[in-house]
Design a protein. Structure first.
Length: 495
């Protein structure tokens, strides 16, 4: 603890964002380049040597947060990087994309703004790359065992890197043409520039991990055939079966899924397309769903030049302060949060009829109506109470040329043939069933990440990848020194 009074003398200061008018004209990350490093040591000083750091329990990776806060406050970037990477393979991903449950569990957050843990994390990760502190770590010797990892999202990549470093020969199979899963084609560039992803993939290649892109297991290669080739298989395909909205007019042209829309915008950024065929330019856009995917659609539509953008959230607008009875510290509370995309929508007034920024809260979609050509033109909604019952005389309609459904995901996509060809059991939720050791009902086949856990956070995906790697290593060798931060049945802290 470098400054025992830091939390009393230094106010919280977050990484500043670039002006809205500037950043909506490009696709670069929203934060001011270079503005984090001058403030981060003082922010790390706010970590208060609390004795029992609940941030550890709030983070499924078990990140050693007080340790690297102290090291950053002393400008010891090498040691801070070592402690950070001891528990997290990809801290530059989590530092940009995770909603930071660790900050909700910060002891300081009981009665003050939490330590900027997420900002400290990303500062360490970026500084480590700048200083050359993240060289490839190939194994000293090979085990002679082979592992196939199906899926290259955060769970699959974490599992692959851990198993490669343990000495196994690992191949990652990805159905898309580039590695990264939703981090590649689901996360917009303004939230995480893909250079961060490319850098890690190159590190993994240098360590010995093999990548097989444009290969959908179950279609391009038989799942049983793949299982026969390898000593073990890890299924990390994610939860890609999107939830539907069964209301009249769903069949109209222009009513699309968020994960049909976002990948096209990302492909424009990759140089595959000049213009997205689903571009929001000049369109009245309505996003159904109040989560992070909806916010990603919002920021993307604004940058594409939409005529208006409104986001519908079926929940009531949350308050700015934690409800200590319903969501006591250190659980992660539902608060009114202003993401970068919502800040942009508020300043640009993309939805003049919205309650706040671009969002209409407590709003439930009733139906869509269209024109003579069968294209959507209006969305009809009603206000609902806490039990989602319609409020009388609250119906209204919004102009809608493009409707994006951002309702989350229910589990793995069963249409690709992987589950059926392997004969995998599913649980009651429709996700891949597994035992306490991450093993499925098929010998030698393991499951990790959203495909088995269900839709979750990136930090849980990486933790699952690390844990399943330890289970596979033990299966192959009879022992393992790899860390297993969580079990398959662990869940976030809740009341």
């Amino acid at each position: 603890m470098a400054d025992p009074k830091g939390f009393m003398t230094t106010p919280r200061q977050d990484w500043p964002r670039r002006p809205v008018e500037e950043r909506v004209r490009d696709w670069e990350e929203v934060y001011v380049p270079g503005a984090l490093l001058p403030i981060i040591s003082k922010q790390a000083d706010r970590c208060m040597d609390c004795g029992v750091p609940f941030c550890h329990d709030a983070c499924p990776l078990g990140n050693l947060i007080p340790e690297w806060n102290d090291l950053v406050s002393r400008d010891d970037w090498r040691a801070a990087s070592d402690r950070l990477h001891a528990t997290n393979n990809f801290p530059e991903f989590t530092g940009r994309l995770c909603p930071a449950p660790c900050e909700a569990g910060c002891v300081l957050a009981i009665n003050q703004p939490a330590v900027t843990i997420k900002n400290v994390e990303v500062a360490i990760a970026d500084r480590a790359w700048e200083l050359g502190l993240t060289p490839p770590r190939p194994p000293e010797r090979l085990s002679g065992r082979t592992v196939a990892v199906i899926g290259s999202g955060p769970a699959g990549l974490a599992a692959a890197q851990q198993l490669t470093r343990a000495g196994h020969t690992v191949a990652v199979y990805e159905k898309d043409d580039r590695i990264g899963g939703l981090m590649r084609y689901g996360i917009p560039e303004f939230k995480m520039e893909k250079r961060h992803l490319e850098r890690r993939v190159e590190q993994m290649r240098a360590e010995g991990t093999k990548f097989r892109t444009s290969t959908a297991v179950g279609r391009d290669i038989g799942a049983a055939e793949l299982r026969a080739r390898y000593d073990a298989v890890v299924i990390a395909t994610g939860a890609t079966a999107w939830r539907e909205l069964d209301v009249p007019g769903r069949e109209l042209a222009g009513v699309r899924q968020a994960m049909e829309y976002l990948p096209l915008a990302n492909r424009v950024r990759e140089g595959d397309l000049e213009v997205s065929p689903m571009s929001a330019a000049g369109q009245h856009v309505v996003i159904v769903g109040g989560g992070d995917t909806g916010a990603d659609c919002l920021g993307t539509a604004v940058r594409e030049g939409a005529a208006s953008v409104t986001q519908l959230d079926i929940y009531a607008q949350p308050g700015a302060e934690r409800d200590e009875d319903a969501e006591p510290w250190p659980t992660y509370p539902k608060l009114y949060r202003l993401s970068a995309a919502h800040e942009e929508a508020r300043e640009l007034r993309t939805a003049p009829a919205a309650d706040a920024d671009a969002r209409l809260f407590a709003a439930s979609t009733l139906r869509f109506t269209g024109d003579a050509d069968g294209h959507v033109r209006s969305l009809h909604l009603v206000e609902v109470d806490a039990r989602r019952r319609p409020v009388p005389d609250s119906g209204r309609s919004l102009p809608a040329d493009l409707v994006l459904l951002a309702l989350g995901f229910s589990g793995p996509d069963l249409k690709d043939g992987l589950v059926r060809q392997l004969g995998l059991d599913l649980d009651a939720r429709g996700t891949v069933a597994r035992d306490a050791g991450f093993a499925t009902n098929v010998p030698g086949v393991f499951a990790a990440g959203d495909a088995a856990r269900g839709q979750s956070l990136i930090v849980w995906a990486i933790a699952e990848g690390r844990a399943v790697a330890a289970a596979v290593d033990h299966h192959l060798t009879g022992t393992s020194r790899l860390p297993a931060p969580i079990g398959p049945y662990d869940r976030p802290m809740a009341v």
